[in-house]
Ligand binder design. Sequence first.
Ligand SMILES: [Zn+2]
Length: 241
Amino acid sequence: MAVHYRTQGLILEKNDLREADRLFAIYTEDFGKLKVLGKSVRKIKSKLRGGMELFYLSEVEFIQGKTFKTLTDAILIENFKNIRGDLKKLKIAYQIIGVSNQLIKGEERDLKIWELFSDIFNKLNNNWSLRFDYQSLIYYYFLWNLLSLLGYRPQLYQCIICQGKLNPANLYFSSKGGGLVCKTCSGKEKYSQRTNPDVVKILRIILKEDFTTLSRLKIDRIHEKLLKDISNDYLKQILNK
Ligand SMILES: [Zn+2]
């Protein structure tokens, strides 16, 4: 008889397969990221349907088959309805699961990543009166902390080349080298780019997981743009590895 595995999971991806099946990517508490087949899940009568929408938190049960893990049960725990009812929040939720699908590869249990997911979706769901700038910070908070948990924490406190102290007036960031570079070394590190001290400050707060301080920051459009650029650049570098 097949062994049934039961765990909680967040639905990250769903792809239609054959006539009525669907292949899901789920980030689970006990097994990390799993690909699970939902047989006949697209049929109206399927009892699995109700628990398997994107970024639902559900209790799932599956068996290990020869090729696929097959879903045998799915019970919705939380559907984050405040996120679903708000276009801006919805966009951030999609960004979060999109980047997670790109970055998280294998089946490997990681409770810290699980907690990061749970934390970020609850924050996004519960904070109703988010300011515009603060909302996009939630995504960057998730992205940089996920990168850190996956082993790509950038060095933001000393020069990555000479290990020397940094002068806030002259900061350079190297996505390739994985951190800040001082002015003297910036000539040697040809991919380093001048960066803004306020953006570095925001990144330090994000990586300290200091959400309270982060939520009090006033961030203007220019800083938001710079934060977006440095985040995209670093992410691209890591995805190319
Ligand atoms: Zn240096």
